[in-house]
Design a protein around this ligand. Structure first.
Ligand code: ADP
Ligand code: MG
Length: 316
């Protein structure tokens, strides 16, 4: 059975439905990436799953336990690093861990063992007596993670654990997440970074309170909804690329034309072969080194396309 189950979870605040029948399942040891623009409902889903907020309808289950019915049991299996996780800046690393350990009701002995083990895992040992306020962003997140893991949960909810930290620290946090996943810990991670999403086993994309796409990266980039009928995804290079952009941008044979550095990603009509496109560009511009090839959409292309499609449904 899946370790985390969101079964039609719905939350209405006043007259606003902020989470609308969101369903997904996450298996043991999986890292599930939860994506979507700010305000789309991610944190609210997490709070319902952790038993911190009562759903208006639908149910959440963690390790087979209904999140809404047995909050205490849920909190024993769950580690939660909230978006606004509060470290006590004037306490040391060790004192922060001791504080959170006591909140979880750990005995002195298990607390000591847990702190030792987690400092090893997170490499926090050298900083044990430093005040939390002196840590850099990446180390603060490690400390947050360590605090969320003190009671040895089997499930972790990480709400934007790498927001605002530098790329090296982000990578280090992810290395740690992979270690945890290898140990069988099941994780739901929210992020705005596409490179992080690509490292997840599966991702779900929530937009305007609804889950509008879910699957492995492979499944999402190959999804039929992403490829307009009669069009193929291509990549065009050439110098200067802006001339090609200007040429194809408003032509009906091309859709979703997007600049990525020195290349263009777009969909092109199947009636137009790669050779035809190439000659079309060379005969209508003075561009050099023109290359036209088949390509796959990036994960970002997928979300942009799905978001636009959803906006069209809403406005019709
Ligand atoms: P995300 O985490 O995707 O940015 P949230 O789940 O935090 O989104 O918020 C979704 C929507 O619910 C937002 O419009 C937010 O303002 C609203 N919201 C969240 N909590 C409350 C609350 N306690 N009362 C009223 N509205 C809320
Ligand atoms: Mg949030």
């Amino acid at each position: 059975m899946a370790v985390i189950i969101s079964d039609n979870l719905t939350k209405v605040f006043g007259i606003k439905t902020v989470v609308d029948k969101v369903s997904f399942e996450i298996n043991r040891g999986e890292i599930f990436g939860f994506l979507g623009p700010n305000g789309s409902g991610k944190s609210t889903v997490i709070r319902m799953l952790c038993g911190l907020l009562k759903p208006t309808s639908g149910q959440g289950f963690i390790e087979g336990i209904n999140s809404n019915l047995d909050g205490d049991k849920i909190r024993r299996s769950v580690g939660y690093l909230s978006q606004k996780f509060g470290l006590y800046s004037d306490l040391t690393v060790k004192q922060n861990m001791e504080f959170y350990g006591r909140v979880y009701g750990l005995s002195d002995q298990s607390l000591k063992l847990s702190i030792g083990e987690l400092c090893e895992r997170t490499k926090l040992f050298p900083y044990l007596d430093n005040k939390a306020e002196t840590l850099s962003g990446g180390w603060k997140q490690r400390l947050g993670l360590a605090c969320a893991l003190l009671h040895q949960p089997t499930v972790l909810f990480l709400d934007e654990p790498t927001a605002g930290i530098d790329p090296v620290a982000r990578r280090e946090v992810w290395d740690l997440l992979f270690d945890l996943s290898n140990e069988g810990i099941t994780m739901l991670v929210t992020t705005h970074y596409m490179d992080e999403a690509e490292r997840c086993n599966r991702v779900g994309y929530i937009y305007l309170s609804k889950m509008i796409a879910m699957g492995t990266i492979e499944e999402l980039v190959n999804s039929p909804n992403i490829h307009p009928k009669g069009f193929k995804q291509i990549l065009i290079e050439g110098d200067p690329i802006m001339d090609i952009y200007g040429l194809v941008r408003f032509k009906p044979e091309f859709k979703d034309v997007t600049l990525f550095g020195k290349s263009l990603h777009c969909s092109a009509s199947d009636n137009f072969s790669l050779d035809n496109i190439s000659s079309f560009i060379t005969s209508n511009t003075h561009c050099k080194n023109v290359v036209v090839q088949d390509s796959k959409p990036s994960l970002e292309d997928v979300f942009v396309t799905l978001t636009k499609a959803q906006d069209n449904i809403q406005s019709n």
